[in-house]
Write a protein that binds this ligand. Structure first.
Ligand SMILES: Cc1cc2nc3c(=O)[nH]c(=O)nc-3n(C[C@H](O)[C@H](O)[C@H](O)COP(=O)(O)OP(=O)(O)OC[C@H]3O[C@@H](n4cnc5c(N)ncnc54)[C@H](O)[C@@H]3O)c2cc1C
Length: 347
């Protein structure tokens, strides 16, 4: 049984992402889990979706003269999972994205394997899969109390009381709140606001063929989005868990940073939003049984990577829930249970 407090699934962070599949960012374990998800996205199981889940996009990390070492490091660190990753000089970068400014961009790294991802299709595919296997999914159902008697949890929700031997805490920004209800120790999750908005590109510019452009120092990004441009200041403002909204200042900061790097006037913003990306101190996800509360399984701290890693994260979780350890293909990619275990936060 899957329970969701809101009246629709995907209302919070999952419905607010930038919809990118990348194997070239985040901690090593995230790059491994994204790599371990690629086959699923490219060849989803029968009935999962009628649409392609991934579409070629490419990612161009750009840097100033003082960020050349960061570009070199990015190219080197990501080579294991992105074989085609390569350094570009300014001329090569501008041939791909003609609006880049020569007085800002000194060099770039191209990840040719970055893709756009159809988040809605992925999410709906997983929900359909749950129901097809006899699972129940309830919206408008808030977990209120969780207590354990013998081998069972008593799960008190706004829509009735249920019993189950195992509870998976996948409450996004609220995971530490759910742990508090249960009596488990928090893992120190910090939800961080990230802002995104969409604007019209200059008339006549052929933006659809551009890759995504990401500052190697993570202070802005932008990418084509159905004929428009989706952009972000890559902000990480710590927040309490909530229905987060964008701050005008963050939008203005993004516009200013993007215009320093590219000749890209922003005259009309058609949509803006914000979502919470939740992290623990080491930036790695938290996946595994709580060491002190029997049957309480953590699936938290997916940060800015929860969509692109979802198939592998799901398989890893299912296998750990059943006590079968890390699946062999993920082990071969370097995923270790200790790296993600909640016990690393025990006082
Ligand atoms: C602007 C932005 C850009 C991003 N871009 C990308 C990207 O390009 N690629 C990528 O892979 N990732 C990206 N991410 C990150 C990705 O969206 C998240 O990692 C992922 O959505 C997290 O999913 P989740 O299920 O943990 O959280 P959520 O989607 O927030 O789901 C948690 C759910 O738990 C419910 N809940 C909480 N408490 C209770 C309770 N007591 N009872 C019942 N239900 C409860 C909430 O209502 C919520 O719906 C981005 C995020 C943002 C904000």
């Amino acid at each position: 049984m899957l329970i969701e407090r809101e009246t629709q699934f995907g209302y919070h962070t999952t419905g607010r992402s930038a919809a990118v599949y990348l194997k070239s960012h985040g901690p090593e374990v995230i790059r491994a889990l994204a790599s371990g998800s690629q086959d699923f996205f490219l060849n989803p199981p029968e009935g999962f979706t009628e649409f392609p889940l991934l579409r070629p996009r490419g990612m161009l990390f750009v840097g100033r003269t003082d960020q050349i070492a960061d570009l070199d490091r990015t190219a080197e660190q990501c080579a294991r999972f992105v074989r085609g990753i390569r350094r570009l000089d300014f001329g090569e970068a501008r041939a791909m994205v003609p609006v880049l400014r020569e007085d800002y961009v000194a060099g770039a790294v191209l990840d040719p394997e970055a893709m756009d991802i159809d988040v809605h299709a992925v999410h709906q595919g997983f929900l359909r899969g749950l129901r097809a296997r006899g699972g129940t999914s309830l919206t408008g159902t808030e977990l209120i109390e969780l207590g354990r008697n013998d081998d069972m949890f008593k799960i008190v929700t706004s829509a009735g009381t249920f019993a189950a031997p195992i509870v998976i805490n996948a409450a996004g920004a609220w995971c530490d709140r759910v742990a508090a209800i249960t009596g488990a120790s928090p893992v120190g999750l910090t939800p961080k606001r990230r802002t995104a908005f969409v604007f019209e590109p200059p008339a006549g510019s052929a933006v659809d063929a551009w890759p995504m452009i990401d500052d190697v120092g993570e202070s802005f990004y932008f990418k084509p989005d159905a004929g428009r441009i989706l952009a972000s200041p890559a902000d990480e403002t710590p927040m309490e868990p909530c229905d987060v909204h964008p701050d005008e200042l963050d939008v203005a900061i993004a516009v200013e940073r993007i215009q320093r790097a590219a000749r890209l006037p922003v005259t009309h913003i058609s949509r803006k939003w914000a979502g919470l990306r939740s992290f623990v101190a080491d930036g790695c996800p938290v996946v595994g049984y709580d060491p002190r509360v029997a049957g309480f399984f953590w699936l938290a701290g997916q940060g800015g990577y929860g969509i692109e890693t979802s198939p592998a994260m799901g398989r890893l979780s299912a296998s750990l829930v059943l006590g079968r350890g890390v699946p062999d293909d993920l082990l071969a990619l370097g995923v270790r249970a200790e790296t993600v275990a909640p016990k690393r936060f025990l006082p």
